[in-house]
Design a protein around this ligand. Sequence first.
Ligand code: ADP
Length: 546
Amino acid sequence: MKKSRLFKIILAFFLAILLPVLSVTIFEVIQQDKKEALLESIYQRQLDTILFAVNQNCYDNFNSWVIKLSSYFLKQPKALSQPEMVRKTLRNFVQSYSSIQGAFLRTNIGQYVTFMDASLPVARNNELSAASLNEIEEIIIKDRQAILTMTDHAVQGYVNPHIIKWQKVENAHKTLLLFPLVNIENANKILTLAGIFIDDRTFIEEIVGRKFNSMQESSFIFAVRDTSSGEMIYATEHVESDIFERSEALWIIPSLQLEIKLAGTTLDEFTHVQTRTNIIFLTIINIILLSSIFYIIRYVYLEMLLAQKEKDFVANVSHELRTPLALIRMFAELMEMGRVRSEEKKQHYYKTIMAESTRLTQLINNILDFSKIESKRKTYSLKPTNIRMLIMDILDFYQYHVSQKGFKINNNLELNLPRVLLDAEAVKQAVVNLIDNAIKYSNGNKNINITLQQKDSAVILSVQDFGLGIPVSEQQKVFNKFYRVENSLVHTTKGSGLGLTLVKNIMVQHRGQVTVKSKVGEGSTFSLIFPIDLKNGAQNGRNIDH
Ligand code: ADP
């Protein structure tokens, strides 16, 4: 077989499939760290976006409060100059939102109208204490610049509160949001300065918590931490470790920070698993690819081998046909010309013609049977047979051919064997093939032993030679079609590589088997094992041989 063709096929597979996939795998492995870092940064950004959305939501809430307040005074502009009306509005406003604990308006001339929830520690009769008012005034003076900028922004339509942490009593976490109240339909018109007191914890529970829960696909855990004490004041579920992947200050209450992490894993672990899964997946693909390529190459190789063997077969068979035909023709011509005078020579020629035509028939039978077996048309008709008689007939018929080649067959055929269910023609063909091989591969040793014996529930016919022998590694292969052992004789001894294939098939059809025992340089013994049904053996009968 052309080795270069196989090499080209392997090279094509390597270049077209293996090389790209292997390169991708190697690239993936080399890039693993970089990919992990990239993946991690992508996930981090995603987590940041989620926190941003929560913050934005808090701001939207604040804006809705601002709109609510300003729209009231916009509808009733005169109410602003009536403190009782303002106070009533503020009360309604404060009581509508559980996280708002108080609100006030400050007119341009520094007058305050307030409504405080009783729960606010600084409240007296729902009014903000004078001390607190003073404090607010001080803040307004101190943060004048910031409040002016805020007012400018409000005029442009962006209301950003000026945020003050209001912790006058221990453990009372409040935040004061100062903002200008503007006419939303005419931003230039600033109505007044307003303030809202919010209770941090209620704000977190009500507004932040609600947002967390609406966003929380089970893959995230959210928390809120007090940055000054480091204490975690809220979490969407119980967490063992309080190390969170990402955090961001809460815009509305900057002393608190929003935190987020993946549920059940860390970002680091998560990205590591992702990239590792990728590599494992690629490795599996590589293995599958390699094994299928190995399988395909093996298949192609075997097919090429078979094609080569078929070619050899044609050459061998042509040679095998030509040699006996040439002999037959030569002897027939000699006889026809009447040149052969001596009776003895004539007999010799006749016998040669007979023997060669027998060999031809044998070869042709092998080929025809093989093709019948291949197309599943071969049928066998099994009959209870005296196998010893059958073997004797074969030997008688074959004797001349064998002795002419200088071979001696020693037979040891047991008497009175049970009848064996067999197809006589097929078994004859099998035995002739074995004797033929014993002659062909005799390597100069011209003894052949044939034994027939019963062993338990089998009758065994063995053909033993003392010739070339078969290496152990080849002993099963010789039964494959067209298979011929590579040795010096294979080129000089012609054969089709079909003989033993037929023998094996014949034995399978007899529910028996063919075995080989062989040693290189010492010879081979092929045995045909016919099973006998001991119960039905009685029915088939036993031979009475003499
Ligand atoms: P072939 O026509 O080549 O003889 P067979 O199928 O009969 O085909 O045998 C297959 C191969 O097995 C042979 O080519 C030979 O190499 C090996 N072989 C068969 N019988 C013997 C034997 N008795 N001794 C040594 N080698 C044998």
